[in-house]
Design a protein around this ligand. Structure first.
Ligand SMILES: Cc1cc2nc3c(=O)[nH]c(=O)nc-3n(C[C@H](O)[C@H](O)[C@H](O)COP(=O)(O)OP(=O)(O)OC[C@H]3O[C@@H](n4cnc5c(N)ncnc54)[C@H](O)[C@@H]3O)c2cc1C
Length: 348
């Protein structure tokens, strides 16, 4: 079977790249072995402000301008709801934090995204003596629904190969690559954390971070915004809330842990003032990179081999942006943004 592209991995990176290929009428198949769950378990938040340091997320406006229309198009083609517009409220722990917020509101690159009004809701279920600051242009993409629906669509159109991609079976030619009975002009690897097994790209400095999230049932909480304190609290509807996430750099097992659960509950109990019950816990491994920039580009020796990885902690916002960057680079010869180009790293 001849196609324009083989893609390995149908997480956010692989799926958004498929969407760009579709827009340009390119043919493709995608391999997926369901070995990882980062894109499925993600909180799915998109938020243009780093709320720890009060700085703007890298290329926030460009990413939102490009990304949200893509998710809206996907809502239509898959016939599902994906984008839940919801404000993020930053809970203040002190007057000093309020002052930092006011300073941030005055910064030209943040004023567009932050409301300078301090909110004091009467909800007693949250300890909020110092109030909240509201971040604008935020929301949540239901990534679990996106991944499930998109894989369903790919399956129906015979574009999903439900198996592990075996690197040693890839044959490289001057003008194309072959893999079992597939021949493609190019191959794009988008395996997230799994790139550590990829002999073409495992020299790149991916420093994966495991994350865990809880789901709680809290009937008296009644908040209709994402609350950001030491953790995020994300309303899911029906009195369910997602709490997270943790950051773990040593244990890369896919399993949930008691340690993470205790850490999240300790943090939650510092600001929550109502009863709740834990109903679920999930874990995934984020493909984070030392310099916090994605890993995008062409293999240094093999010109038909590409990578789309390193989406880190903000895959929802960054995936559409890097998918477009890679496509324009391959098909239109437009240089990649230097900060994401893998040529910034030595080969071995
Ligand atoms: C707990 C947690 C919370 C998060 N919250 C947010 C959030 O609120 N907002 C946000 O923007 N981001 C969030 N993220 C980050 C986001 O999930 C990641 O940036 C994103 O999922 C990375 O997508 P990816 O496609 O690169 O990798 P993955 O989702 O890991 O996808 C790679 C895919 O490749 C497949 N694969 C790997 N190797 C092979 C092989 N050899 N053959 C076949 N298939 C293979 C895997 O099974 C997997 O499906 C969160 C992550 C975690 C873990």
């Amino acid at each position: 079977m001849k196609v324009d592209y083989i893609i390995v991995g149908s997480g956010l990176a692989g799926i958004l790249f498929c969407e760009v290929l579709k827009q340009h009428n390119k043919s493709f198949v995608i391999f997926e072995n369901e070995s990882q769950r980062s894109s499925t378990v993600a909180g799915g938040l998109y938020n243009p402000v780093v709320l720890k340091r009060f700085t703007q997320v890298w290329k926030a406006k460009e990413q939102l301008d490009l990304g949200l229309p893509m998710y809206h198009k996907l809502e239509q083609s898959l016939n599902v709801k994906l984008d839940y517009k919801i404000p993020v409220h930053r809970l203040f722990a002190s007057v000093e934090e309020q002052n930092n917020w006011f300073q941030a509101c005055d910064k030209p690159n943040l004023s567009h995204f932050l409301s300078s009004e301090i909110l004091h809701p009467k909800n007693t279920a949250v300890k909020s003596d110092f109030g909240y600051g509201k971040v604008l242009e935020t929301g949540r993409i239901d990534t679990a629904t996106l991944i499930k629906s998109y894989r369903g669509y790919l399956q129906n159109s015979n574009q999903l190969v439900d198996e592990t991609f075996v690197y040693s079976n890839l044959i490289l030619n001057a003008t194309h690559v072959t893999y079992n009975n597939y021949e493609a002009k190019r191959i794009v690897f988008a395996e997230g954390f799994g790139v550590d097994k990829n002999p073409f790209f495992n020299y790149l400095p991916l420093k994966p971070t495991k994350g865990e999230l809880l789901t709680i049932h809290a009937p008296d909480l009644k908040i209709d915004f994402v609350l950001k304190s030491s953790v995020f609290l994300i309303p899911l509807g029906n009195d369910l809330y997602r709490v997270g996430a943790t950051y773990e750099w040593e244990d890369m097992s896919p399993d949930i842990t008691t340690k993470a659960k205790e850490e999240l509950l300790n943090k939650l109990d510092k600001f929550l003032n109502c009863d709740y019950r834990v109903v679920d816990q999930i874990a995934g491994i984020r493909p984070t990179v030392k310099d916090r920039r994605p890993l995008v580009g062409q293999h240094y020796q093999h010109e038909n081999i590409f990578i789309l990885n390193g989406l880190g902690t903000r895959g929802v916002m960054i995936a559409p942006y890097v998918a477009h960057q890679l496509y324009s680079f391959i098909e239109n010869n437009i240089a990649l943004n230097k900060e994401i180009d893998i040529s910034r790293y030595k080969t071995n």
